[in-house]
Design a protein around this ligand. Structure first.
Ligand code: NAD
Length: 362
């Protein structure tokens, strides 16, 4: 089992270090190799996704990714910015399906900004299409950009685009995932205004004919944004395009208390995957040792389950996290009155201890 470890920038290095300690504690036979990505790779090699990093990622069974980016790179031309590394990895590895579970742990009900009764027991799955849509369409203005901006330009545009196979395959992923859950899919679009999303809606409806046991409904993205905070438990699986998924999954993150709790998996058709926390590099808290490592640790659990065929080990990590939360330890982002505030390293220590003391079983 070969894992490419790409910590990246900001808190990326701190949180990935904890996830690696947790993986080591499982005593399984992993081969892990680390490489630079994002701003760190730009500084060392002049490119956010160097050839050697891409090669390592392609050859591995799975990629464990931290986060990339920092405000100081905002002046760079877009292709050289750290965030391009993640887009490049998605494209080159064909990682078209992004899974973002939003689960509210009972111990964290109070950390959410929503009323406890709205989120207690929440367990939804957002499936975001990851390699199409406006993020991969033709942009206008790249050639004329100066320091990443467009002084004096009269217009700029990006093109929203989906092809039939792209929508079909993500729809199938969503229906298959729903079959293992409560068998309900909500397809989120903007078909009332955008042609691309009428096309999306038509194809999802067509694919649904192969899944008569799964309930399908369609919702406009503006309504979905509202329903997610009004009655989030009504959802089971949400499937949507790249941009809407980007926004809705961050919104869903806050339902769970903190974006620092939310793992994600991005898979290709052969189950090779990239696993990363849903948050970014958090430059505001980088280097302070206060970042919550749990989203990354839970991403490592998803990696074990989806790409490395180690479901039992994944269960052990998830049980250890629940145990640690139940014991009252909290990083600052999920801290509340009556709990004990700890840093990144102490949180990692506690998860490792829960695994190695074998107080936890899968
Ligand atoms: P962010 O997710 O990095 O941070 C948003 C807020 O959440 C900040 O206040 C931050 O301190 C907090 N936060 C995030 N993760 C946390 C954690 N684990 N523990 C505690 N608090 C946490 O988003 P941003 O500030 O909009 O972006 C910062 C940089 O990250 C930008 O350069 C952006 O482009 C990049 N980014 C990268 C990815 C990625 O690597 N996949 C994703 C999103 C943003």
């Amino acid at each position: 089992m070969k894992i490419a470890v790409l910590p990246g920038d900001g808190i990326g290095t701190e949180i990935v270090a904890e996830a690696i300690r947790v993986l080591d504690a499982l005593d399984l036979n992993f081969e892990m190799e680390t490489a630079l990505v994002g701003g760190a790779a730009y500084e060392a090699h002049g490119h956010p996704l160097p050839e050697a990093t891409l090669k390592l990622a392609k050859e591995a069974d799975a990629v464990l990714f931290g986060a990339v980016g920092d405000w100081k790179y905002d002046k760079l031309d877009r292709p050289l910015r750290p965030e391009q590394a993640i887009l490049g990895l998605r494209k080159n590895l064909g990682l078209f399906a992004n899974f973002r579970p939003a689960i509210c742990y009972e111990q964290l009900v109070d950390a959410s900004s929503l009323k406890p009764e709205l989120i207690s027991g929440l367990d939804i799955l957002i499936i975001r299409e990851l390699t199409g849509d406006i993020y991969f369409g033709q942009p206008r203005g790249r050639r004329t950009a100066v320091d990443g901006h467009f002084p004096g330009a009269e217009e700029a545009f990006d093109t929203m685009r989906y092809s039939r196979p792209e929508v079909e395959r993500i729809a199938r992923v969503a229906f298959e995932a729903a079959r293992k859950r409560s068998k309900r899919v909500t397809s989120v679009d903007k078909a009332n205004v955008l042609e691309t999303f009428q096309f999306w809606k038509d194809i999802v409806t067509e694919v649904h004919k192969d899944y008569p046991d799964v309930e399908l409904d369609h919702m406009y993205v503006d309504n979905a944004a509202m329903q997610l905070v009004k009655a989030p438990k009504k959802f089971d699986v949400i499937v949507t395009g790249n941009m809407f998924g980007d926004i809705l999954s961050d919104e869903a993150a806050m339902l769970t208390g903190s974006i620092g709790m939310l793992p994600s998996a991005s898979l290709n058709s052969s189950n090779q995957g990239l696993y990363e926390p849903s948050h970014g590099s958090a430059p505001d808290i980088a280097g302070k040792g206060v970042a919550n490592p749990l989203a990354t640790i839970l991403s490592a659990a998803m990696m074990l389950r989806f790409s490395l065929n180690q479901a039992e080990a994944a269960d052990r990590i998830e049980s250890a996290v629940k145990h640690v939360l139940a014991s009252g330890l909290r990083t600052g982002d999920i801290w509340s009155e009556g709990t004990k505030r700890v840093g990144t390293r102490e949180m990692g220590d506690a998860v490792v201890a829960a695994i190695t003391k074998k107080t936890i079983t899968g």
